[in-house]
Design a protein around this ligand. Structure first.
Ligand SMILES: [Zn+2]
Length: 235
């Protein structure tokens, strides 16, 4: 999830303003895909909409989550996901219709960058894609337990607290690993780490910290940006 920094400002305002902002915020959360790729979509399990190009990987990831069989999920390409590759969100249109009627998006970027090197969906090995999808489905498992208001609060805290992001990312991975997707999650992490120029000891440290794929991607790209800035300042 990635929302502009200026939303943080609302926390300093009175409560009624925050309440007024909630629908706006929620709207921003799931602003519809600008350019969903012109691709054939398959309906699977009666309630999953999946672009044909990732159908096999999505089916495998879903097979680890029998709990999500009755949950409506739409996998959708979206061009403007910042920093990350995928993003799971509740659909705002039926957020307040009760937990059972809630549905979700898994937005996917057709490309993403690791240290400025661009990767497309086609560059990613199947097991890495399965792991990534499994992590996103882990987020949906986490969202499923929350009330609508709980999700709005989740959104706010996710935007404003690095610590909360860490908790949320860990919760998603925990669902995936408990469901039996540990190997896939590792494949995803290793893919990011192996395509970065971090030293082996640094990679080992990241691996030890049990970070999620999202966290690793953001961290690796931030380190790269910091390094460049230091080089510029150093002359
Ligand atoms: Zn995540």
């Amino acid at each position: 999830m990635d929302v502009p920094k200026n939303h943080i400002v609302i926390l300093k305002r009175p409560l009624y303003l925050i309440l007024i902002m909630i629908p706006l915020l929620a709207g921003n959360w799931s602003c519809a895909a600008k350019k969903d790729m012109e691709e054939k979509k398959i309906v699977y399990q009666k309630n999953k909409i999946i672009p044909e190009s990732i159908l096999n990987e999505a089916k495998i990831a879903l097979s680890y989550y029998p709990e999500l069989e009755d949950v409506e999920i739409e996998f959708k390409f979206k061009e403007d996901i910042k920093k990350s590759f995928m993003q799971a969100q509740p659909k705002v249109s039926n957020l307040f219709k009760g937990r059972k009627h809630r549905s979700y998006y898994v937005f996917m970027s057709s490309k993403f960058a690791i240290e400025k090197e661009e990767f497309s969906m086609a560059d990613v090995p199947p097991e890495v894609l399965i792991g990534w999808l499994g992590h996103e489905l882990g987020h949906i498992m986490d969202y499923r337990d929350k009330s609508a208001m709980g999700l709005v609060i989740f959104g706010l805290r996710y935007i404003t607290s690095a610590n909360y992001i860490k908790q949320a990312e860990r919760a998603a991975d925990t669902f995936a690993v408990k469901g039996g997707m540990g190997e896939y999650i590792l494949a995803t992490k290793n893919f990011i780490l192996n395509h970065s120029h971090l030293s082996d000891s640094y990679k080992a440290r990241i691996a030890r910290l049990y970070l999620s794929p999202d966290e690793i991607l953001v961290l690796v790209n931030k380190l790269e940006a910091d390094l460049e800035e230091a080089e510029r300042e150093g002359g």
